[in-house]
Design a protein around this ligand. Sequence first.
Ligand code: ZN
Length: 319
Amino acid sequence: MQPIQGLHHITAVASDAQANVDFYVGVLGQRLIKTTVNFDDPGTYHLYYGDHTGTPGTALTFFPWRNMHRGRVGTGETSAMAYAIPTSALSWWMDRLLDLRIETSGPEKRFGESVLRFADPDGIVVELVATDNPATIVHWEEGPIPAAHALRGFHSVTLLLREVAPTAAVLVEHMGYEFVAREGNRFRYKGASNDRGLYVDIVQVPDTGRGAFGAGSIHHIAFRTVDDEEQLEYLASLRAAGLQVTPVQDRQYFHSIYFREPGGVLFEVATDEPGFTLDETVEELGTSLKLPAWYEAQRPQIEARLPVIERKTYTDNDV
Ligand code: ZN
């Protein structure tokens, strides 16, 4: 069982599907790589964004629940997600977000890197971290962002917690993360690879209340495991550590186990295989509604309940 390599995907809650697509594809230049439904609630989309092929460590997924009330950020949840960009792209992104009238704060320095912060349409804090070692991705050539400036997958997530030690123990002792640095009340842990989705930051806020779940909340974060066999080893070892871990769930494009870490954040361990080309080619990714076999018989009813998403061609300066 090798240590966890980094983040696999992040899953969050939106309210309006079209606004979500317009932001993540049109503004940030992520490719919509899978259009499916929430397997537990098939009247709701499950939208996946990533690089050209949905490489693990680039995948961001949303449940757009119409009429969902806005969540409130607090402890026991992931309070921000950060994408890596090349250092040379920072001023380009500052200009772009200004042109698009997206309010930003920063850039501020964090562990020596510049971090630009802004919010998505539902209030999720998105950060761009300018790094000299941006990870490898498969660039989406048809997207609105030139390759030199494109997001390079996740850089990190920030967990807002009352205490550091219990969560750090799970990361370090049971998932193979390593403590790398502290800056004020921010503690940084690093996964085992040197590529995408490397860092988990814990920000300690002992006097802050718990978050309230809703639109704009990050539902869970998923970590990478290579295959089913290794996932079962993680299942056994996490249970042996006293964590309440679910049985393996079939998520079609990966297999998943879930547990709530001691600080309250929902963690998932997901397999890299079989991946997003299971039911469509790389070229087709995201272009039509994909359903797992057990929902195909209900396709007409499911399609009738979902809002239409307009497929726009986004360009560099027209969003
Ligand atoms: Zn997940």
